[in-house]
Design a protein around this ligand. Sequence first.
Ligand SMILES: CC(C)(COP(=O)(O)OP(=O)(O)OC[C@H]1O[C@@H](n2cnc3c(N)ncnc32)[C@H](O)[C@@H]1OP(=O)(O)O)[C@@H](O)C(=O)NCCC(=O)NCCS
Length: 171
Amino acid sequence: MDSFDSVTLPPHEIVVVPSHGSLDRKELYDQCIQVRIEVFVHEQGYDLDTEVDTLDPLATHLLLRIVPSGTPIGTIRVTKPKGASYYKVSRLVVLKEYRKFRLGKELVQAAHGVIIKDHHKSGSQGPIEAVLHAQIYAIGFYRKCGYEPEGDEFEEDGAPHQRMRARLSDV
Ligand SMILES: CC(C)(COP(=O)(O)OP(=O)(O)OC[C@H]1O[C@@H](n2cnc3c(N)ncnc32)[C@H](O)[C@@H]1OP(=O)(O)O)[C@@H](O)C(=O)NCCC(=O)NCCS
């Protein structure tokens, strides 16, 4: 673990993990999964068996890491549900000791960058929208990233969640 004083944000970068089939994907992908396990499984108690799912092989993963050490400290992923006009943002984590430095928001904004690029590449004409399922305690965080709740709370992976949506041209 890198040491840093708790008031200074360490130098960091967000990298897009190369896509499925690329030779240099594995190490970065594994680091994304490890930080997710650290937070979702060890800190929050979610099930290890459902942490890695069928979306992971095809998702675009982003890794937040300290530079120059390369220590992984956060991640987020982007998927496009089959046939949907929107993108899905999920599995956002920042390691506990690195929270409240606006790194979570940086990861969401980086994911939005990936979505906007993909939208333009696909030639789609409609609005660019992202959807996510927020843990209830994180609704306020996602509001600050431009998301608004839609529909009622529901259960996912044994915990209450709220579906939220952002129109990326508005954020
Ligand atoms: C959710 C999470 C990624 C936020 O990361 P973070 O780096 O601490 O958040 P940021 O510093 O980028 O916060 C951005 C803004 O949201 C606010 N914020 C952060 N967490 C919040 C929360 N739980 N509720 C309301 N506001 C919150 C911050 O105060 C900041 O506001 P400001 O810009 O007005 O100062 C982090 O708490 C985390 O990893 N949690 C565990 C994993 C998790 O629950 N992921 C979400 C699954 S849905």
